[in-house]
Design a protein around this ligand. Structure first.
Ligand SMILES: Nc1ncnc2c1ncn2[C@@H]1O[C@H](COP(=O)(O)OP(=O)(O)OP(=O)(O)O)[C@@H](O)[C@H]1O
Ligand SMILES: [Mg+2]
Length: 290
């Protein structure tokens, strides 16, 4: 497959520079194209004196959908935010361990968190389009933040809206306000906004929890089609959704009150649901707690 054209050029540290811990901006241009793998190695993260997740190890394969499941409060969103360096931007937040994007530690010196977030996009639980901005401008918003990103982005906007399965519903009203769309359409608009900047990995934190079943099913179809091109990690409380859309499932929980969230097991989704190796996983996926 021919790699898609990037809307612009992103400078990222080379692997050698990142490994050396070199600081400052660098000159390497991000290679574009295939989805990227992520490796979470012994990650512990928290706020101030509190550890929220501990010793997480997870391989996120390219061109696959990984579902993060587990009871409320076990740290799924925290882990997701670590994957695009957002966790570290919160007050008193800290993270230890390594998070590798195609072998490069995203927390290494010299790696710009803004660029990490550009390569690893995020879609949140509640659709959060800019309500008074047009549909077109919502999708183009990320492109306009970059140098040389002003001007028209017709092709990119159309491509992103098609990928998010929203194009046919909005192509005749691209100048209408984003806030005028239905909740499900707004969430697909947010997916389009995330895709417009050509990320390599897309993180989704309960993207369907505020949506009706029809909108949910549209988003699930979108996720399945995006797998061809992106690496996707989705947090969901919906076991059927995890089973429908994911290739790999990772189950996290708090094993005892007062302990941080831990990864109990991860593996092919069918195995996690049908033959989990850990009995706590079995109890969770069969609805006995959580
Ligand atoms: N800014 C913060 N400061 C301190 N503790 C926080 C902060 N944000 C989250 N936490 C705590 O971290 C823990 C994990 O939160 P997180 O949102 O990651 O859980 P979750 O698994 O995503 O839960 P849910 O399924 O309800 O979304 C919770 O106990 C939460 O109270
Ligand atoms: Mg959460």
């Amino acid at each position: 497959m021919t790699p898609p054209e990037r809307p612009d050029v992103i400078d990222v540290p080379s692997e050698t520079e990142a490994a050396d811990g070199a600081s400052g901006s660098t000159t390497l241009t991000a290679t574009i194209g295939p989805a990227r793998r992520m490796d979470v190695i012994d990650v512990t993260a928290g706020f101030g004196g509190k550890t929220i997740i501990a010793n997480i190890g997870l391989k996120v394969e390219p061109n696959s959908v990984t579902a993060l499941i587990g009871p409320s409060g076990c740290g799924k969103s925290t882990l997701l935010r670590c994957l695009n360096a957002m966790h570290g931007t919160a007050k008193n937040a800290w993270v230890r361990g390594q998070i590798l994007l195609d072998g490069v530690d995203i927390n290494a010196g010299g790696v710009d968190p803004v660029l990490v977030r550009r390569r690893v996009g995020m879609v949140f639980q509640r659709p959060n389009p800019f309500p008074t901005m047009s549909i077109y401008d919502n999708v183009a918003a990320g492109l306009r933040l970059t140098a040389g990103g002003r001007g028209r982005h017709d092709e990119t906007v159309e491509r992103a809206l098609r990928q998010a399965d929203l194009w046919n519903e909005v192509k005749d009203r691209l100048r209408s306000m984003g806030g005028a769309l239905s909740g499900g359409q707004q969430q697909r608009l947010c997916i389009a906004r995330a895709l417009a900047v050509e990320p390599e990995v897309v993180l989704m934190d309960e993207p369907c929890s505020a949506l009706d079943p029809i909108s949910t099913s549209k988003i699930e179809e979108t996720i399945l089609s995006l797998r061809e091109r992106y690496t996707i990690v989705i947090v969901t409380h919906n076991m059927q959704q995890a089973a429908r859309v994911s290739d790999t499932t990772a189950f996290m929980t708090i094993l005892e009150a007062g302990r941080p969230g831990e990864l109990v097991e991860a593996g092919p989704t069918s195995a996690i649901f049908d033959q989990p190796t850990n009995e706590v996983t079995g109890a969770y996926v069969s609805g006995q707690f959580g």
